[in-house]
Every structure is written in structure tokens, then in C-alpha cells.
Design a protein around this ligand. Structure first.
Ligand SMILES: Nc1nc2c(c(=O)[nH]1)N[C@H]1C(S)=C(S)[C@@H](COP(=O)(O)OP(=O)(O)OC[C@H]3O[C@@H](n4cnc5c(=O)[nH]c(N)nc54)[C@H](O)[C@@H]3O)O[C@H]1N2
Ligand SMILES: Nc1nc2c(c(=O)[nH]1)N[C@H]1C(S)=C(S)[C@@H](COP(=O)(O)OP(=O)(O)OC[C@H]3O[C@@H](n4cnc5c(=O)[nH]c(N)nc54)[C@H](O)[C@@H]3O)O[C@H]1N2
Ligand SMILES: [Mo]
Length: 745
């Protein structure tokens, strides 16, 4: 007997998709998805090649089979099989021991996105820790730290996007560091295609000739990484000197553009105008000035500025690539500046810049108990939390909620994530910290595979995939729907879903009653969360209908245009900033008194590990990563079939390759002070000179001491945080490349 079960993708790939699993004799034998949506249907939930390959990835014989206990040194990868009972007992004993010895703030749950369902291990274990007295939490993410922190300095909020349906009303769309043809970003791609069909011109700005540049854009402009602010400064200079800027908009809604609109008490020469014209530093920010920084021809910059200002409305949309840099906060704020200068804020077809979140339907969420411990660290600084937690401070390290931490991190819980080793920066540094068992004393992981992170577990638990348990899938950032994961098959081997074994742990801790809300089964819990949401989202059908249909697409979706209210009725609707205006000049940033790193206006700063870093003499190439179609971060790496979509290679320009005697297909060594990678070279004109790139997420595969053979970019990335957000500058890296062996022997 065959049956079709409706479920959905729960990985963190930016998209969510409908997966129809055909189940026969307890096995998934085939996968289908929703037919590509017809024109007019505003939500596309058709699976891409990753979604279609979910069963080959997740139901493979590479799965972890039973709980294991580390027997060798930490990280050596030597484990011994244990029973679930023993595993839970060891976890409970360590949990209590560490709580008693070091206190609540010594317990940390790592950022992890392998399962983005509502009932995810990560949220559940935080809940249990909160019920048990508290834990050290974090703020920020690896996705959007810089833009999330920087955007509100301009607008007072990060909700600066428009409904994607409005893209087709643009006259021109500029995608900067945004690659939705490969890097799923909700259903951005779908709406860009609609815009293109409607005749909208699309320009892609990216150091690489990305899939988006290739398949959707009319034009590609190659830019040096980390220099988007310099490009925007010069565009602003062109608009200003040619008087193409929207003076009325700037005067009415903004502070800080010119000297006449500055907050009180600020000395003269601090406005954006004083900066671009060179009144302040003697350097006008001309296209020629920017050419030397960005690598973009000055004439091109001028034309781009004129085209953007004369196409009304126009959308300058920055992806999150430009903000995953050492000066990423500046890139984010610059993207807001250029929108303000052209009055493209609050208009259908425009785009206010910055993070680009939108208001929409409320998403279902797990009702996590309040954490009694108030200390928070920036997510990127968890390794610092291990080695110098108690020395971290608010001004230097972005510590929040407490003056000082009570303890360094002594216990890490890492469920469905590969941040522990693979996805965090500077793998060799991380490994050194984790190997020292006197620092972090206990590491608990659950995963489906023996990943580079799983190897560092003290107790390693086999998790279940989305085929093996029920769940509710929420949209990523954009999307008016909720999906239901029906259970297709029983858990493989001895795998258990996190809710299941966490109930056992809660029982040992005397917290089962509270943790399970009086003994709720997984389905009961999901129903409870859903019904609670349905009280506010009245359009949702009854739970049993929702489950049967595998989800719900909302029919009544409001069109959201960020700041339309403020623009229409400025007297009654101020911007949610301290001044009530759009703050091109931010007094809050000015008062931080670090003008070189954290200027009050959105302007180009050199950052570190970029073109302005002295290390460039030794490591002359800028290395960036990107989110590839073959993986969701490191997920799907175990599925060899996916490798056909994009080989794990180092993109290098013809000129840079020639200088180093490298031919296409040669094995090269990519290195800096932090480590070495062996990888195949892809010699191409699809990347600009001076820049090399490899897709992020390959599983770290060390050979001996420090050379990685897989092309795992985080061997080369830096753990130094960005100045304001304390975020991850994982695209800012200086390296050198040399030939290791020629393809021709
Ligand atoms: N297929 C797939 N899709 C995904 C994911 C995945 O792993 N795989 N991950 C999802 C998640 S969690 C996230 S956070 C998002 C990430 O989404 P993004 O952060 O937007 O993705 P990236 O690939 O890091 O960067 C986008 C583009 O920016 C370019 N870029 C890098 N540096 C610069 C720069 O300095 N200036 C400019 N102009 N361009 C630059 C890169 O070459 C790349 O093409 O993607 C989501 N979608
Ligand atoms: N250099 C560099 N590093 C980056 C980035 C970058 O652009 N460049 N991007 C960053 C970003 S934006 C993000 S969001 C992070 C993502 O980093 P992570 O959150 O670590 O995401 P993944 O690498 O996909 O790891 C998810 C893990 O969960 C496991 N898993 C999947 N489903 C389940 C399940 O149901 N149960 C259990 N128990 N396990 C499961 C998978 O096997 C996989 O090992 O990486 C960051 N790291
Ligand atoms: Mo992300």
C-alpha cells in the first residue's frame, strides 16, 4: 500500500517548500512537490533541487544510529555506543553538576538552524533551562547581525521592506550582494521574475557573476568586497553635484544630510554633505575616488547614479552579503542613505534599504518560558564566552543585561547545528578552545550525521529528520503561509525527536509537568500553539483541516510598504527614532565617539581584512564565501548528488591565476595566518580581479594538523567581530593562493 504524506522543508535555506512523500512499507520511496505556482498566485512553495532531494540527504545510510559517549580525547571522533537511559543520566548529572558548581550563567545553547520547525530542539532546551533557573542567552544571528543592529540607527526599526508583490511597480531594481536565484530568500526570486516579465530593468552588483547576475539581471557590475559604502558615497556625490537628489524629501523627513538639518549642539562639518563634498576632510567623494576603492569604472558609477535617480520609483535592494563584512554596519546604513536621497522611501516600487523585513501575518512560535538569567552576549562571541566570559564588558564586547557575567561558559548544548565547529569563524581557533576540556566541561550535540561539530560532542544523540516527526513550519522572512509536517515514517534506527528525549531529561530534573504543560504529546503541543495563534489570525482553518491539507496559504494579505504612514502623515506619524526623523546623522552613534569605526553618518570605512588592511601586502587576495544552491549551509553536504549542482572550487580570475601559474582544475593552497585549505581552482572571468570565492558550508576535513581538504571556508575566516554589532565578518578575509599540484601532473 502506498500513501502520500504532506510535509515540508524545515532547514534554514531561506525558502520553505511543500514536500509530498510517497510512503510504502514504512519507507519514503518518492518525493514530489507543489506544481510551480501559476501567475497570480502570490506564494510559491515549489521545492528546488535541495527540497526534492530531502529523502536522499536525510534518510541515507550515513545517519547516526544510536546515542554515543565520547571515549577518546575531545574532538578525536572516538565514541562508544550507549543506551538512551545512560545518555539521559549522564546529561542530567552534568547538567546538575555544572549548575551547582558554576551557576545558571555557565550554560549556553549554541545558535543552530538545522531544524526551523516551531518545536525545535534549540527552543525546547532553552525552555527547559529557563524552567531550571536560567542560562546565558545571546542576541543577534549569523545571518544579519550588522544590518539588524545598524538599520534602526537610521529608521528606528529593521522593518524597512515592502511586500515583494510591489517589486513589479519599480522602474529599476538594483540588487547589491543579493543572489536569490541561488540563495533562497523567501520567494524573492519569484517576484523578481514577475518584475522582469513586467519589463523592469534589473542590475546586479556583486564581486561574482552570480546566478542572479546571470539569469535575471540585465547588467552585472563587479565590485570589490566590503566597498559598497564607497560606491554609494560616490553615487551620492554625483546626485548632489548634478542636483538630482530629492531635496524636498531630505528636508522634510531627514536629519543630518546637510548642515541646516543637524541635531542641536553638533559642531559644523559633521553632515553627510560636508563629507561627500570634502568640506570636512578635503577629499570630494567623486566617482574617481570610488573607482580606486571599488574597482568600478568612474564613468559607470556616474551612469548608475543618474539611472537610479531618474527611474522613479526605483529599488536599491541590498542582500545580506555586503553586511557580513568587517564594515557591514556601514554597508547597511549606506543602502538607506541612497534610498532617502532619491525619495524612494514609503513608495510602492521603491525600497527603503537596510534589513528589509516586512510586517505580515504573525508566525507561530514556541512559548518559551522567561529566562531568569538576564545576561546576553552577541552570538558571534560565544568562543570568547568560553575563554574570557567573566572579563567581557558592555562597551568592548556588547554584553547586555548584566554588568559582568557570573561565569565563563562551562556547558554547551548544540542541537541541530554545525556552528560548534564548521559554521563559526576560525575553525583552528575554535577547535583549540573546545579541545581544552578544562574550559568548556560538557558538550551535548544532536544531529543526523557525524558532522565536524558532532565529533566534538561528549554525548552525541541521533536526531530525527522532518520525515520522522510532526512539526509546524513557519516562513523564513517573507511569505504568507504556515505549513504542517505530517509524520511520514517512524524514526530511523534509535533516533529520537528532541521533544521526546527532553521530556525524559525534564523528568530526571523534576520538571516534566511544567516542561510538557501537564503531559502534552507532541501533537497536543502543536495544536495548542496553533490554536493560540488562531485566536489572532482568524483566517486560519481548524487544526484538523490545517493538518490534513499540510498547511495553509493566507488569502487576505495586506500590502506592506515600509514608512508609507510616516510619508503620508508626518505630523502624526513620526519615525520611531529619537528625533522622530530619518537619522542620516545619528547622535547615538556620534556619542559613541569612535568616528573611524562607528561614524555618525553612513560612509565608507576601511574595516579590517579588506582592501584597506595593511595585511594586504602579505595576503593580497580578498576571499568571500556565498550561500550555494547545493547546500543549506553545511546541510546536504553528505549527499554526493548535490555536488553536481556546484562543485566546491575556488573561483579565481584569469589574471590572478596567471600571475600564480594556476590553470583551471589545478589543486591550489589557499592560506593566511589562521589556516590552509586545499581546493580545486576554477579559473574564470566570472569573478573580478583581486577577489577569490568559495561556497560556504563544506564539512571541515583536516589532514594532519591544520590543512583542510574539503574547502571549508571557516578555516580562513576571522573571529574578530564587527565594531558596532559585534557581528560575524565572515566575508572579509585576506588570503594568498599558490599552486599545489597541476591537473596535468
Ligand atoms: N541555497 C541556499 N539558500 C539560502 C541559504 C543557503 O545556505 N543555501 N541560507 C539562507 C540563510 S540562513 C541566509 S542568512 C541567507 C543569506 O543570504 P545572503 O547573506 O544574501 O547570501 P550570501 O551568499 O552570503 O551573499 C549574497 C551575495 O553577496 C555577494 N557579496 C559578498 N560580499 C559582497 C560585497 O561586499 N558587496 C556586494 N555587493 N556583494 C557581496 C556574494 O557573492 C553573494 O552572491 O540565505 C538563505 N538562503
Ligand atoms: N564563512 C561563513 N560562515 C557562515 C555563513 C557564511 O556566509 N559564511 N553563514 C552563516 C549563517 S547565515 C548561518 S544561518 C549559519 C548556519 O549554520 P547552522 O545553523 O550550523 O546550519 P547548518 O550548517 O545547516 O547545520 C545544521 C545541522 O543540523 C542538522 N539537522 C538538520 N535537520 C535536523 C533535525 O531535524 N534534527 C537534528 N538533530 N539535526 C538536524 C544537519 O545535519 C546539520 O548538521 O552559518 C553561518 N556561517
Ligand atoms: Mo543565515
Amino acid at each position: 500500500m502506498e500513501k502520500w504524506v504532506l510535509t515540508s522543508g524545515t532547514n534554514n535555506c531561506g525558502g520553505r517548500c511543500i514536500i509530498k512523500a510517497c510512503v510504502k512499507n514504512g519507507q519514503v520511496v518518492k518525493i514530489e512537490t507543489e506544481k510551480p505556482c501559476e501567475v497570480g498566485d502570490e506564494v510559491s512553495l515549489t521545492a528546488c533541487p535541495r527540497g526534492i532531494n530531502y529523502s536522499e540527504t536525510f534518510l541515507s545510510d550515513k545517519r547516526l544510529r544510536y546515542p554515543m559517549k565520547r571515549v577518546g580525547k575531545r574532538g578525536e571522533g572516538k565514541f562508544e555506543r550507549i543506551s538512551w537511559n545512560d545518555a539521559i543520566k549522564i546529561i542530567a548529572d552534568e547538567w546538575i553538576r555544572i549548575r551547582e558548581k558554576y551557576g545558571m550563567g555557565s550554560r549556553y545553547v549554541n545558535y543552530s538552524t538545522g531544524n526551523m520547525g516551531v518545536m525545535r530542539g534549540y527552543a525546547l532546551v532553552k525552555h527547559l533551562l529557563a524552567l531550571d533557573g536560567g542560562f546565558l542567552d545571546y542576541y543577534n544571528s549569523y545571518s544579519d547581525a550588522c544590518t539588524t543592529i545598524a538599520t534602526p540607527y537610521t529608521y528606528g526599526t529593521e522593518i524597512t521592506g515592502n511586500s515583494l508583490t510591489e517589486l513589479k511597480k519599480s522602474k529599476l531594481i538594483i540588487l547589491s550582494g543579493h543572489n536569490p536565484a541561488e540563495t533562497r530568500f523567501g520567494d524573492f526570486l519569484w517576484h523578481l521574475k514577475e518584475a522582469k516579465k513586467a519589463g523592469v530593468k534589473i542590475i546586479a552588483i556583486d564581486p561574482r557573476f552570480s546566478d542572479t547576475a546571470k539569469s535575471i539581471a540585465d547588467e552585472w557590475i563587479g565590485i570589490k568586497p566590503g566597498t559598497d559604502s564607497a560606491l554609494i558615497d560616490a553615487m551620492a556625490y554625483v546626485l548632489y553635484t548634478k542636483e538630482l537628489h530629492d531635496k524636498e524629501f531630505l528636508n522634510k523627513f531627514c536629519i543630518g544630510f546637510d548642515e541646516e538639518h543637524m541635531p542641536q549642539g553638533i559642531k559644523s562639518g559633521e553632515s553627510y554633505e560636508a563629507y561627500i563634498t570634502g568640506k570636512k576632510d578635503g577629499i570630494p567623494k567623486t566617482p574617481l575616488w570610488a573607482e580606486a576603492i571599488t574597482g568600478i569604472d568612474a564613468k559607470k558609477i556616474e551612469l548608475l547614479a543618474i539611472e537610479y535617480a531618474s527611474s522613479k520609483p526605483a529599488a536599491f535592494i541590498q542582500g545580506w552579503g555586503p553586511q557580513r563584512h568587517s564594515n557591514g554596519e556601514q554597508a547597511a546604513r549606506s543602502s538607506t542613505l541612497i534610498a532617502c536621497m532619491t525619495g524612494n522611501v514609503g513608495v510602492a516600487g521603491g525600497w527603503a534599504g537596510g534589513k528589509g523585513s516586512i510586517e505580515g501575518h504573525e508566525k507561530p512560535a514556541f512559548p518559551q518560558a522567561k529566562n531568569p538569567y538576564s545576561g546576553k552576549i552577541p552570538v558571534f562571541l560565544w568562543t570568547d564566552g568560553i575563554i574570557r566570559g567573566t572579563k567581557m564588558t558592555a562597551p568592548d564586547d556588547g554584553l547586555k543585561g548584566v554588568e559582568k557575567l557570573d561565569s565563563d561558559i562551562k556547558m554547551i548544548i548544540n542541537l541541530a547545528g554545525n556552528i560548534l565547529v564548521n559554521q563559526h569563524s576560525d575553525i583552528n581557533r575554535t577547535i583549540k578552545i573546545l579541545k581544552d576540556e578544562s574550559l568548556c566541561e560538557f558538550i551535548l550535540c544532536s544531529d543526523l550525521f557525524m558532522t565536524p561539530s558532532a565529533k566534538f560532542a561528549d554525548i552525541l544523540l541521533p536526531g530525527t529528520s522532518m520525515f520522522e516527526n510532526e512539526n509546524i513550519t513557519r516562513p523564513w522572512m517573507y511569505g504568507d503561509f504556515i505549513l504542517y509536517n505530517n509524520k511520514a515514517i517512524d524514526p530511523m534506527h534509535e533516533s529520537r525527536f528532541e521533544y521526546d528525549w527532553l521530556c525524559d531529561l525534564a523528568k530526571k530534573l523534576g520538571l516534566l509537568e511544567k516542561f510538557s504543560m501537564g503531559g502534552k504529546s507532541l501533537t497536543d503541543y502543536l495544536e495548542y500553539i496553533y490554536e493560540e495563534l488562531r485566536e489572532r489570525e482568524k483566517e486560519l482553518p481548524q487544526f484538523n483541516v490545517f493538518v490534513k491539507n499540510g498547511g495553509y496559504k493566507y488569502k487576505n494579505n495586506k500590502t506592506f510598504i515600509a514608512f508609507s504612514r510616516q510619508i503620508e502623515d508626518p505630523d502624526n506619524c513620526p519615525f520611531p527614532t529619537p528625533s522622530g526623523k530619518i537619522e542620516i546623522f545619528s547622535k547615538r552613534l556620534y556619542d559613541m565617539n569612535k568616528p573611524d569605526e562607528i561614524p555618525a553618518i553612513p560612509k565608507y570605512t576601511k574595516g579590517f581584512e579588506g582592501i584597506g588592511d595593511d595585511k594586504k601586502d602579505i595576503y593580497p587576495l580578498q576571499l568571500i564565501g556565498w550561500h550555494t544552491k547545493r547546500r543549506t549551509h553545511s546541510t546536504h553536504e553528505s549527499n554526493e548528488k548535490m555536488a553536481k549542482l556546484e562543485a566546491q572550487r575556488l573561483w579565481i580570475s584569469i589574471v590572478d591565476a596567471k600571475k600564480r601559474g594556476i590553470c583551471d582544475g589545478d589543486m591550489v593552497e589557499v592560506y593566511n595566518d589562521r589556516g590552509k585549505i586545499n581546493i580545486e581552482a576554477f579559473v574564470t572571468d566570472k569573478i573580478i580581479q583581486g577577489v577569490v570565492a568559495m561556497p560556504q558550508g563544506a564539512w571541515y576535513k583536516p589532514d594532519g594538523e591544520s590543512c583542510d581538504k574539503a574547502g571549508s571556508i571557516n578555516v580562513l575566516t576571522t573571529s574578530k567581530p564587527t565594531p558596532l554589532a559585534k557581528g560575524n565578518p565572515q566575508h572579509s578575509n585576506l588570503v594568498e593562493v599558490s599552486i599545489q599540484s597541476s591537473r596535468r601532473g
